[in-house]
Structure formats: structure tokens, C-alpha cells
Design a protein around this ligand. Structure first.
Ligand code: WT7
Length: 644
């Protein structure tokens, strides 16, 4: 299948990048990469100009990834100071609360002052260059302020999604050794309250090294404050100066850590550095969203994920755009929330996830069509493959058939978008992320690591670096090289499967490793398994993905109980709640099947291939089971499947 083609059409007429521009830039990046990147790097302001662009080797002996290595810059200054003269009074962020119409607007000048104040607060609390600061906040302006304030003083932020449990938060605080945590009294989501400060208190029982907790008042709830440790944000900033010079940072100085799930072990702290990340988020925001001055951009992602870092905060602000921060959910107060908000604010570009599109599609067109959506010019999709049906609905109903859709493929590790159509340059195919951005070199390799030419299906690697690439796993250089550069030596392995069609278009088929993509959020099977076996009645657990209508993938857990324990409905519920409490709501198993044993090879390795088939309901073609230690286990698993 190559899919239906949606020609560029009218979108091309005034686009920043036409098809000819794209082809020219792609060719230049391929033939003279250094010249290309030297020029691309200029999209941000440098305090000290770089004299070369790329210094990279993916090979073990001289492994290094460095971009613009001798340049100096500050990303907070790029997002704030450089706009003051021209657009100081323009709105930088529109905050849209959980309650419809609960709005707050902050101009570039005000945001600059607020970031300076909080940067001074951080300094007064002893935060210095390269110290880590954990941010555990809802989608409020203070989240962007805290990130930018860290960037301003050279501290490294680690944002933890507000949906994560105290346990998960504690692990991430310990993992990077933060001494300061920024949180709020409570969060609001779909009319419910999230006890953020209480979660922090619980987490900190296990993080004695944390010296300060700064608490933003979001709901005004009465929360206990630990004297000597906890301080109110509003009091601190009220007393702080609105002037704070930005630290000149080396291009390769760390900017942030963001924990993400891998196929093995604990979540890894993905490290991004300053210069390359700044260049990549700035240029990809400009090009992929064909951003024009004065436009309103709305990315619905939470700042707790990389999408929020790159396309709610850094990319839009570096370009002087007005960005929407949404603290609610698409289904509250009703299923028309997104479209009501689009109309009320006048949103030009909407960037959201297939899971949200599918969930809204189920509620019927009426919710959408009763709002005008006239301001929309461009639609974006991110986080997982978008099925052609959802693509079509997004295009036809939401966009009235007039807005191109950019299906953007990327990862926490890539810092920004790598494969995506450009609105004025690329004919669209529903379900395909289309073509690589200039300078990006995707390759498809087979199981032996051989590169496949032309139309092909296999594993997606990137043959060479791009500025936004992650630089390390925090505190574990070995794990970085091991995870991404050893499977196919000399290439970055994405963990995704992919097909390239006869037109050279890329179709991401999903993860090929033990990572499950639940509603566009990554969950490691190993993490869920270790949460399950931490329960006193559980002996063993194996977790795989299963198809899910709305979430894309759901979590299917196979659980073996300790001898003498009895499998009951109550225990099943208890275990699902247990995982939810241990990790967070995103990790809650959708199905949980008790089994007397797991299918293992004679060497004791769990055969996940079989479990995946069972979870998918494909119980006929289970393939070769002869290498199993006890083939009878499979029949039992199949027989019990309905019980999950
Ligand atoms: C994984 C990365 C990219 C920011 C949000 C998720 C999947 C992401 C697409 C897309 C098909 C996609 C991949 C990737 N993915 N975007 N447009 N089409 N798959 O970041 O949590 O690091 O997850 O999300 O499987 O590897 P992440």
C-alpha cells in the first residue's frame, strides 16, 4: 500500500519552504553538511560564535557527539531577551486552565521579568551551574518559568510528569541528585485534584538530599509545609529582582535531563545539551509548522514529556511565537473542549496525539462541527502511528479538508522532529510520517544490520547525527552507547520498525523492542513487571503490548502467583491498582491474566513472542513452540485468555 496522496495544493503558495526549497536544502545537507549546518546554526543567537558545526563519530573507538562545540549561548536569552525590543508586549504564553475560559496571558516582557526573578530565587537557594533541579508541576506558566530560569543560570532541569507516582518521582530525584524540587500545592485535571505536594512529601521521605521545595499556589489548598525545607513560590519571587543576566553556556553544556522508559531496567535520564537542542527545536518549529509571525500555536502535550519541552516551551518561544499551555483534558467539561478553545483563542496550529483524535472521533462529529475552527491553518500529529481512519477524520472533519496534517516522527532521544512532511513541500499520505528533514539520514536495516535500498521494511536507524540528538544517559555513558549504537554498529538505532515505500516515504510500524506505546507515552515492560513482582503475592510477571482502539497500545500483564495464593477478581483489581500507585496511571495494566506458569525456553528466557500473540488474540499462528521447556504452558495460556 502506498496510500492516497494529498497534494500540497494551496498550502504551497505562500509557504516558507516549497518543494524546490526542500529538495535543494536536502541535497546541500547531503553534499556539504558542514556548510549546511554552519548556516542552520545561525537560527539562534550566539554569545560567542562557533567556528565549526559537527564533530561526531558513532564508532566505539572515537565515539563522540558534539555540535557547534566552541560556541556559547544561553537558551533562556534566545527565548526571551532577544524578543524584547521587537515584541516585548506580544503575548508569549496563553495559559488555558482546566476550567473552560480560565485564562492567563503573559507577554514576553513579563515572562522575561518573571524568569529573571525565579532565576534569582534559584541562585539565592544555592543553585549553581550544572546543579539539577526537579520540576513536578501541572501545565501552568510557572512550569515554563522554572525551566527557563534553570536554563538562564545554567542549572539542569529534570521535569517529571505530574501523573507519576511518589515512587517514580523519588527514583527520578535520586537518579539525578536534585537538591531542589519545584512543585505546586495541587494540580487540576478534568475537574479532579492531583495531590502534587503530598506526592512530593511522600517521595522526599526517601530523598534526604533534597534541601528545598518551592511550592506554587495553584488551587490554594491547605498543604503542610516543612519548616526550613518548603517555601512558597509567590513569596520568593515577590522579593526577587526582575533583572538577572543569563549565563553564557558552552554549546555542549547540559540543558536538561528527561527520564524515559527503555526496554530494560529503570527509566533512563536522557541528557540534552544546549546548542544543538536550541538549534534543532528552533529550526524544526519554524520549518515543520511553517511558523509565521503573530500566529497562535497550540501543542496539547504536557511539559512532562519531550513534546512539551520542545514544542510548548523552547521551539515556540525561541521563534517569538505565542504558545498555548493547556492545563486540562480534551474531554472536560465536554468533548467539544478543544474546538471551543481553538475558536475562543484563535488557534492557528494544533499539534496533538492520535490517541486524543481517536477518542474524540468516537464521540461523533457534532462536537467538532458546532464550532467554526476557521482560525486553523495547520494540524499536527505526534507520539504514535496515526491510523489512516483517524488521519482522515482529523483532516476532513477537524480541518474541514483545508489544513495539511504534519505527522511528525521523533523521540525523546532525538530532541525534535526528524521525519515529517513540510506543509508547503510534501504531498501527504495518511498514516505516513513522509520524508526526513534536510540533514536527517534514516536507513532501514534488516536483522543482520544490512542496509536495505528502495522499498523495504525493517528496523529504523539514523545513519548520522543531527544537532538535537541526545548526548548521554545521565550518569551512565556505557548505557548510552550500549543502548543505541551496538545493535547496528555505526548507526543510531531508534527501536522502531519502519517501511519505506516506492516514493521513499517512511511508514513507522511501531516499537520493535520491549517498549509499549500507551496513548503516545512510553512504558517499559520491565518497569511494569518489576512493579508487579514487588507485590507480596506475585511470583513472576511478563508484560506485553496489545492493540487498543483508543490508546493505540494497551498493557497486557501475565502474572504467576506465589504458591498457595488464589487468583481472584479482587486480586486482579488490586494488582492493577498496585501498578497504578507504584508508577502512575499511564502504567495501569488494561488486561491481567493469571497463569500457573510463563512460557520459557530451556535456558529460562520468557518467550514474549508467544505472549504478544496471545495478547493480540492471535491464538492460532503461535509459531514454533518446540524450544519451550514445557509446551503445555501455551495451551493453558490460550485456554485462560478470556479471563483477562
Ligand atoms: C516513540 C518515541 C516524539 C515525542 C512523543 C513521544 C513513537 C512518535 C510518531 C509518529 C509513529 C511515532 C515511536 C517512537 N512515535 N511519533 N509520528 N509516528 N510513531 O516520544 O515517548 O520518546 O516515544 O513514539 O515509536 O520511537 P517518546
Amino acid at each position: 500500500m502506498t496510500g492516497k496522496l494529498y497534494p500540497v495544493g494551496d498550502a504551497a503558495s505562500d509557504a516558507r519552504i516549497t518543494r524546490a526549497d526542500y529538495l535543494r536544502r536536502y541535497a546541500e545537507a547531503a553534499t556539504d553538511p558542514e556548510a549546511y549546518w554552519m548556516r542552520e546554526g545561525l537560527c539562534v543567537d550566539w554569545i560567542r560564535p562557533y567556528t565549526r558545526a559537527k564533530d561526531v563519530s558513532f564508532h566505539e573507538v572515537d565515539f563522540r557527539i558534539r555540535w557547534f562545540p566552541d560556541g556559547e549561548l544561553n537558551l533562556s536569552a534566545n527565548c526571551l531577551d532577544r524578543h524584547l525590543a521587537e515584541r516585548g508586549d506580544q503575548v508569549a504564553i496563553i495559559w488555558e486552565g482546566d476550567e473552560q475560559g480560565d485564562e492567563r496571558r503573559i507577554s514576553y516582557r513579563e515572562l522575561h521579568a518573571e524568569v529573571c526573578r525565579f532565576a534569582n530565587v534559584l541562585k539565592a537557594q544555592g543553585v549553581r551551574r550544572s546543579d539539577r533541579v526537579t520540576i513536578y508541576l501541572p501545565m501552568i506558566i510557572e512550569a515554563a518559568v522554572a525551566m527557563l530560569a534553570c536554563a538562564r543560570v545554567g542549572a539542569i532541569h529534570s521535569v517529571v510528569f505530574g501523573g507519576f507516582s511518589p515512587d517514580a518521582l523519588a527514583g527520578r530525584i535520586q537518579g539525578c541528585g536534585s537538591k531542589v524540587v519545584v512543585t505546586a500545592d495541587q494540580g487540576c485535571r478534568g475537574g479532579k485534584r492531583i495531590p502534587l505536594k503530598a506526592n512530593v512529601d511522600e517521595a522526599l521521605a526517601r530523598c534526604p538530599e533534597v534541601e528545598r521545595v518551592v511550592v506554587v499556589r495553584r488551587t490554594g489548598a491547605d498543604v503542610p509545609m516543612t519548616p526550613g525545607r518548603d517555601l512558597w513560590y509567590d513569596r520568593l519571587v515577590a522579593d526577587a529582582s526582575p533583572e538577572c543576566p543569563s549565563e553564557p553556556m558552552g554549546a555542549e553544556d547540559p540543558l536538561f535531563i528527561l527520564y524515559t522508559s527503555g526496554s530494560t531496567g529503570k527509566p533512563k535520564g536522557v541528557l540534552h545539551t544546549t546548542g544543538g537542542y536550541a538549534v534543532w527545536t528552533t529550526s524544526t518549529f519554524r520549518d515543520v509548522f511553517d511558523y509565521r509571525d503573530g500566529e497562535l500555536f497550540w501543542c496539547t502535550a504536557d511539559v512532562g514529556w519531550v513534546t512539551g519541552h520542545s514544542y510548548v516551551v523552547y521551539g515556540p518561544l525561541a521563534n517569538g511565537a505565542t504558545t498555548v499551555m493547556f492545563d486540562g483534558v480534551p474531554s472536560y467539561p465536554d468533548h467539544g473542549r478543544l474546538w471551543e478553545t481553538v475558536d475562543r483563542l484563535g488557534v492557528n496550529t494544533l499539534y496533538t496525539a492520535p490517541t486524543a483524535i481517536r477518542a474524540l472521533m468516537r464521540e461523533g462529529d457534532e462536537w467538532v462541527t458546532r464550532h467554526s475552527r476557521r482560525s486553523l491553518r495547520l494540524l499536527g500529529s505526534v507520539g504514535e502511528p496515526i491510523n489512516p481512519e483517524a488521519w482522515d477524520w482529523y483532516h476532513r472533519i477537524v480541518g474541514d479538508g483545508r489544513c495539511p496534517i504534519v505527522d511528525t516522527w521523533w523521540q525523546t532521544e532525538t530532541g525534535g522532529i526528524l521525519i515529517s512532511p513540510l506543509p508547503g513541500a510534501t504531498d501527504l499520505k495518511p498514516g505516513s510520517a513522509c520524508l526526513p528533514l534536510p540533514g536527517v539520514r534514516p536507513v532501514i536495516v534488516d536483522a543482520d544490520g544490512d542496509e536495505l535500498d528502495g522499498p523495504a521494511e525493517g528496523n529504523l536507524c539514523i545513519a548520522d547525527s543531527w544537532p538535537g540528538q541526545m548526548r548521554n544517559v545521565w550518569g551512565d555513558d556505557q548505557r548510552f552507547f550500549q543502548t543505541y549504537f551496538t545493535t547496528y554498529p555505526g548507526k543510531y538505532f531508534t527501536g522502531d520498525g519502519c517501511r519505506r515505500d516506492a516514493d521513499g516515504y517512511y511508514w513507522i510500524t511501531g516499537r520493535v523492542d520491549d517498549v509499549i506505546n500507551v496513548s503516545g507515552h512510553r512504558m517499559g515492560t520491565a518497569e511494569v513487571e518489576s512493579a508487579l513482582v514487588a507485590h507480596r503475592q506475585v511470583s513472576e510477571a511478563a508484560v506485553v503490548g496489545m492493540p487498543h482502539d483508543v490508546k493505540g497500545q494497551g498493557i497486557y500483564a501475565f502474572v504467576t502467583l506465589n504458591a498457595g495464593e488464589v487468583a481472584t477478581e479482587r486480586l486482579r483489581d488490586e494488582l492493577r491498582q498496585w501498578v497504578r500507585r507504584e508508577i502512575g496511571p499511564v502504567a495501569t495494566p488494561d488486561a491481567l491474566q493469571f497463569t500457573p506458569a510463563l512460557p520459557k525456553t530451556r535456558s529460562g528466557k520468557i518467550m514474549r513472542r508467544i505472549l504478544r500473540k496471545i495478547a493480540e488474540g492471535e491464538t492460532s499462528g503461535l509459531g514454533d513452540t518446540s524450544t519451550l521447556a514445557d509446551p503445555a504452558v501455551v495451551a493453558q495460556l490460550v485456554a485462560d485468555r478470556g479471563s483477562a
